[in-house]
Each structure stands twice: as structure tokens, then as C-alpha cells.
Design a protein around this ligand. Sequence first.
Ligand code: ZN
Ligand code: ZN
Length: 415
Amino acid sequence: MLTQAPKGTKDVRPNDAYKWHYVENIMKEAARVNGYREVRTPGFEHTELFLRGVGDTTDVVQKEMYTFLDKGDRSITLKPEGTAGAARAFIEHGLFNEALPLKMFYFTPVYRYEKPQSGRLREHHQFGVEAFGGSEPTLDAEIIMLGYNVLKNCGLQGLSLNINSIGCPKCRERYNQALREYFAGKKLCETCLSRLERNPMRILDCKDVDCGRDADNAPVILDYICEECAEHFEMLKKILTSLEIPFNVNPRIVRGLDYYTKTVFEIIALVDGSPLTVCGGGRYDGLVEQLGGKETCGIGFGMGIERLLILMEEQQLLPEEPELFKVFVVSGASDQERIAAFNLVQKMRANGISADSDHNKRSFKAQFKYAGKQNVSYTVVIGTNELETGKYTLKNMVDGTQQELEADEIINLIK
Ligand SMILES: [Zn+2]
Ligand SMILES: [Zn+2]
């Protein structure tokens, strides 16, 4: 127990960390060219934020949150998604007074109590972007393209984009009525029976078998959206078409969070022929107001990093691990030689060269063996001879050539 990570969590081992850095750099670069700055919000928030933001009849809130009372009797919840925290920060820091839209991105752990057999993690990590205070469909297209380009720049092939509009509260009223009529008398799970009155749309993303079967034939919201929402959606489609981005309108996408309005989208990758959602998001024009802020529209997405890395691993899109050290300085056993080796290493590091020397008083032979294991490009040898002459043997481990050089010459050569 003690030496096993909790169910649904995963360590990133030191020899895998470079993969995370690789995709994070692609994400940061996409954020940068679109003018998104990083926001960092806490890993936990007041439970109330998610009840109001995500919605208290959603699966996430009703079944999946990590909620507990802290020692001060406050109800605290580990972030089950990234948007609510970003919106809270937007309000708390008065960011609506800045030039809008205000665009942010983040990397965050996300906690959901998923069933273990689903193969999903209970702690996973997301790259998220949010743009607050922009109402036009060009912003919807920007967000979609940002996600799409990240995945493309990661090298993923066969991506498809599914979009839908789930309308505004005005369209929602008529639609909810249609859903109530449709689901009336149908076999529903306990949770959905209570959703029928309050929020029938959430029945559509229930994972229960009975609810799922009926959801497939339920009325779709696209048939009920108002003129304004329809125009917004048409314009988005025009923009995507102009960019020559292939997309499908999938009226079945509703996304499981209450704050979405108008545009919702998913970017799907094919894995062994079956579709896997790697990025999902949408507009949330009512969220900021819902949380007590000034009326501010917004849109964003979340992208699961573990899932993306699995896909990239399968499609062999990840680079080799970069070398840990470029140089290993091998030294004799005397204090003098060891100190000289350590000094040379420090000098190299100060010059931006990754380098190391022995920390275990190993023999010459064992040090060379260690250097070989680390795949270093160069070794430098410091023995009593070298201490006297001030010239060290630099060995190129790739082609086997050797030369006698002074410390500064070695550094200049390698740098
Ligand atoms: Zn509408
Ligand atoms: Zn249900």
C-alpha cells in the first residue's frame, strides 16, 4: 500500500518527464502566438463554485467530485475541471476591467472519482485555454483552431472536428420541454428521474445503460435554437469553411457541464479505428454572471495531456530522450583530482554545458562504465599527470577521437 500510488493516479517518472515538456512546449507556443498568458489557480476551491458553475445536476458534481470538510468545517472540492477556477479568478481580480477579450491558458491537475474499470485516471492533467469577454464567432474559431493546431503540431493524424450549438437559456426552455415530453414514462436511472424536471438535458450524458439507449433517439437542440444562436453557428461554420478545416456538425454533442452555451466542440482522434476525444470545449456566456461577476461571455477548452501522450506514444510521435549530460569528467581517487574534476564540472555548467563527475569514489574503469551508461558525448580525464600539465584528455565518445586541451579550450570546443 505504502509504496503504491493511489488507484487512478500515475507518476511521471524522471525518464518520461521530457515527453511532458515536449508537448507542453508545443502548447505554450500555440498559446503565445494567440496571445494567451498563463494563469495559475489553486488545486482546490470552495465546493459552491462547482455547484454553481458546473451545475449541481451534472454527473461531474453528483457522482465524481472529491469533496471534503477541512479542519475549519468549510466544504472544499478538488478541481474537477479547469474553467470554473479561471472564471473565479477573472472575477476576483477584476480582470473584466482589462482590455477584453482577456485570454489565458493553464496546466492543471483535474480530479474525478471515475469508476476503476473505465481505465480513466482519477487525477489527470489538462492543458486549458479560456477567453473571457469576446462574443463573436471569430473567437470560437480561434479557440477551436488553437486546439486543432496543438494536436496537429504534436503530429497527430486523422483528426476530426465535431461541432454543435446547444443554444442559450432562451432556446433551452423550449428544448427542455421537448425533452421532458420525450423522456416522460421512459425508464430512467434514479439520478435522471430527478433531472427530468430540473435539467433534462443532463439525461443525455448519463452513463447508465437505460438512459443512454433512449438518449440516442431524443430530440436534438439544433432543431430548437433561436435566431441569434443560429446566426452565430452559421457564421462559425463559414469561418471554419474559409480556413479549409474539415468539420462535422454533430447534434449529439452536449458536453457534460451546465455552463456551456451556443458553440460546443470536440476534436477526435482515431485509435485503432475507434474515436477518442482529445480536446473538448465550448462557449459559456452565462458563467461569469452565474458566479456573481459582471455579465461576460467566454469560451475555452480542455485537453487531456495523459490521453494525448498515449496517442503520441502509439503513433511514435515522441522524440528520443535528450542526453542527460553532455560531458562526464573522470578523475583519479585523490582529493586533489576529485576537487579539480568537480571544479571543471562547475565551470562547464556555468557555461551552459550539462556535465557531471563521480559522486561515489568509483574506479577509473567504473567511471567510464557509468559515463557509457549515461550516453555522454564526451569524457574528460583528470589524473595526477593532467593536474601537473593543466592539459586534460578530451575524448569524443561518438567517434572515439582524443585530444589534449586546457579547460577553457575544452569548454569553447563543446559549447
Ligand atoms: Zn438562443
Ligand atoms: Zn441516468
